[in-house]
Design a protein around this ligand. Structure first.
Ligand SMILES: Nc1ncnc2c1ncn2[C@@H]1O[C@H](COP(=O)(O)OP(=O)(O)OP(=O)(O)O)[C@@H](O)[C@H]1O
Length: 200
């Protein structure tokens, strides 16, 4: 499987945000998207996820069954952690797993992100970093080959960042791909970097 963008341009609100962006990520690969505020990092992730149509150029998945929509191969972890306040932590994860159609085990996923002891707490009482950790657990509860991560280290402490690094390394070792928009050093081993130019 390979994720390929060719000469991708995206317009938002009538203004060009991305112009002529190309990259390619293969199985086990990682791409860090960097650039200043407003450069278009989140926009690029959304375009990859199929949430924004390209004005020109293309994003495609090569080496997959054409019958399966590309979005079903992807996990988009955005700025919003989508935690339901009234559901317990583990029921939040079960809900996400059911919506995404996964079969991952719930408690081991919570253990990986350090939330197992909070499994029965309402989602509404989680701290910002704990909410982020719960969002990361969804990557495991509903395994998909391509992870699109928008500022994945936001609100994470050192332990959370180490957990994220472990998840990414394990995912890539199994042939998964990671594309992350970031201002932080994610330390992707042998990964590529796409530096988006500031827009004037
Ligand atoms: N819905 C929208 N309509 C019009 N313009 C938009 C819309 N959403 C984003 N933009 C513009 O697109 C540009 C890129 O935004 P984007 O969120 O992709 O940047 P970013 O690189 O992720 O920034 P940051 O580092 O601040 O998160 C910005 O100039 C922003 O104002």
């Amino acid at each position: 499987m390979r994720l390929v963008a060719e000469a991708l341009s995206v317009v938002r609100g009538g203004r060009p945000v991305l112009e002529g962006v190309s990259f390619s990520v293969g199985a086990g690969g990682a791409l860090a998207i960097v650039g200043p505020n407003g450069a278009g990092k989140s926009t690029l992730l959304r375009a990859i996820a199929g949430l924004l149509p390209p004005a020109s150029g293309s994003v495609r998945l090569e080496g997959v069954d054409d019958e399966i929509p590309a979005r079903e191969s992807m996990h988009m972890l955005g700025h919003l952690d989508a935690v339901k306040s009234g559901l317990s932590v583990i029921r939040n994860l079960a809900f996400a797993r059911d919506v995404l159609g996964g079969e991952g085990e719930l408690l081991p996923a919570l253990e990986r992100v350090g939330l197992a002891r909070l499994a029965d707490l309402p989602g509404g009482v989680l701290s910002a970093g704990q909410r982020r950790r719960l969002a990361l657990a969804r990557l495991l509860a509903a395994p998909r080959p391509i992870w699109l991560l928008d500022e994945p280290t936001a609100a994470l402490d050192a332990g959370g960042q180490a957990a994220l690094a472990g998840l990414v390394a394990d995912h890539r070792a199994k042939g998964g791909m990671v594309v992350a928009a970031t201002h932080a050093e994610l330390g992707f081993k042998d990964g590529d970097t796409l530096d988006l130019e500031p827009r004037t």
